[in-house]
Design a protein around this ligand. Structure first.
Ligand SMILES: Nc1ncnc2c1ncn2[C@@H]1O[C@H](COP(=O)(O)OP(=O)(O)OP(=O)(O)O)[C@@H](O)[C@H]1O
Ligand SMILES: [Mg+2]
Length: 279
């Protein structure tokens, strides 16, 4: 069991007793340039994005269209040159403990075992006692199906297990916003499918505002309430699709495949248009 004040006992509205509800996000007119010795890259152009508290958004686009840059700006890890980000109405000026990022590479600490890695995520919760932290870490390892591997070291885990540990580490501090940058792309198809089911289940039980970046349109349709398409040079939001398929969604369902096909066609159209405009 998890203590009150963390997310274990969510009410129907998704608000933990004593905890804070998932935070809405507002991205307003965000633009970003990178200056290198050789060139100036216009990475993002006038990005507007509104995410409701508890909503699951998937950002999709080809390599280099600015997805990670946008996620980093929402996280407060990178500053926009123009525009601003508000999380729960507050200006984002740097990283905050309520907004956590889960990267493509799990970035676990090799000198900690599985339990130690999840405990690390709880360091930013000074209000918890040591025993509460241990309890929360155990609960989250249970949640991702790794309770038995609590004492294993990172090098003893498969890629999928590492991503599960990273997921437990991201979820344990009960962030109000979880930002995921291609968290599953390094995994084999079967492991990925299991994690699609797990992520949907965890999100249902412990609501959060999630922004997930992916190249994979089917993955986006499987997970997202909304799929947001981006195109490159400069990175722009082109179109949004609301996905109203019932949950839990099966990545292999024909209905999902049909929607993914339509979105892929739209994505290709935007890419062609962006390339033509850049010529
Ligand atoms: N630190 C940086 N310095 C210079 N240019 C950068 C930097 N970070 C990103 N860029 C450039 O900004 C653009 C957007 O990069 P970004 O990493 O956000 O793309 P992405 O959509 O996440 O791509 P991918 O799908 O390959 O991860 C690219 O042209 C990239 O080369
Ligand atoms: Mg990226």
């Amino acid at each position: 069991m998890i203590e009150a004040g963390t997310s274990a006992n969510h009410t129907a509205g998704g608000i933990a007793p004593g905890g804070l509800p998932p935070a809405p996000l507002v991205v307003e007119h965000v633009s970003k340039w990178f200056h290198t010795k050789r060139a100036q890259v216009h990475a993002l152009d006038d990005i507007d994005l509104h995410v409701r508290g508890g909503e699951f958004i998937c950002l999709v686009g080809v390599s280099g269209c600015g997805k990670s840059t946008l996620l980093d700006i929402i996280a407060g890890l990178t500053k926009p040159d123009r525009g601003r980000v508000l999380a729960d109405g507050q200006l984002v000026e740097g990283p905050g403990r309520h907004r956590l990022v889960m990267f493509q590479e799990s970035a676990l600490f090799p000198w900690h075992n599985v339990f130690g890695n999840v405990m690390f995520g709880l360091k930013r919760k000074p209000e918890l006692t040591a025993s509460q932290r241990r309890e929360i870490a155990d609960d989250h390892l249970e949640l991702v199906g790794l309770a038995k591997f609590k004492h294993a070291f990172v090098h003893e885990l498969s890629g999928g297990m590492k991503q599960r540990v990273a997921l437990a580490r991201s979820l344990a501090p009960d962030p109000r916003v979880l930002l995921m940058d291609e968290p599953l792309s390094a995994l084999d198809a079967i492991t990925r499918e299991q994690l699609y089911a797990d992520i949907q289940d965890i999100w249902r039980r412990r609501p959060k505002t999630i922004v997930l970046v992916t190249h994979n349109v089917r993955e986006a349709v499987c997970l997202g309430d909304r799929v947001v398409l981006m195109s490159p040079s400069p990175g722009r939001i082109r179109e949004e699709f609301t996905i109203s398929l019932p949950r839990p969604r099966d990545i292999n369902s024909p209905e999902l495949a049909l929607i993914a096909q339509r979105i892929t066609a739209a994505l290709k159209g935007h890419l062609v248009a962006a390339r033509q405009a850049a010529e």
